[in-house]
Design a protein around this ligand. Structure first.
Ligand SMILES: [Zn+2]
Length: 179
């Protein structure tokens, strides 16, 4: 897989300087999206101050859903690329919470085993993870704040091997291909 740089464009409509809700996301996509490309929109703020970025989960699987919205700083770009290529948060609970010992890692949490179980906690001011939360076995969590799919944007620095493999497989198995 390789990436090419296609084009820079400017949206001359200041109502999109803040993306406040899902309706505005959809409006932006309807008006400006270029199909079969990863469209990265830089704006002032996205949805909420805390998250401040957006993408569609597994967006590479559809012609018009590879959409990433991020602030001018670029913070969140790699995290959102992770979602675009089909990664869940490491604290995902859609399939049930992953136990701290990882024993149910294949069928719960982010469905990936080389990422640690993690509660959904935002960083404190010095970007450290502090939580007295326990899992159903009564164990404490030892997460990886640096993983791109955590919400510790201040510490982001790596994907795991299985995360890379899942992204590559999602792309290879996608019914459509971007170009
Ligand atoms: Zn996310």
């Amino acid at each position: 897989m390789s990436f090419d740089f296609c084009k820079i464009d400017t949206v001359v409509d200041y109502s999109f300087l803040r993306i406040d809700d899902q309706d505005e996301v959809e409006l932006m996509v309807t008006r400006f999206h270029k199909k079969r490309r990863i469209n990265i929109y830089y704006t002032n703020s996205v949805l909420s101050n805390q998250i401040n970025s957006f993408s569609y989960f597994d967006g590479i699987n559809k012609v018009d859903r590879a959409v990433i919205m991020i602030p001018m700083s670029g913070i969140g770009l790699i995290h959102e690329l992770g979602h675009t290529f089909g990664l869940y948060h490491i604290f995902e609970t859609k399939y049930g919470a992953e136990k701290a010992d990882g024993s149910n890692c294949k069928v719960s949490g982010d469905l990936i085993c080389d990422t640690p179980a993690s509660p959904n906690i935002s960083p404190d001011e010095d970007c450290t993870f502090t939580s007295k939360q326990k899992d159903e076995n009564g164990d404490f969590y030892r997460t990886e704040v640096g993983n791109y799919m955590s919400h510790f944007f201040c510490a982001h620095c790596f994907f795991t091997t299985e995360q890379y493999e899942k992204m590559a497989n999602n792309y290879l198995n996608s019914p459509i291909k971007l170009w």
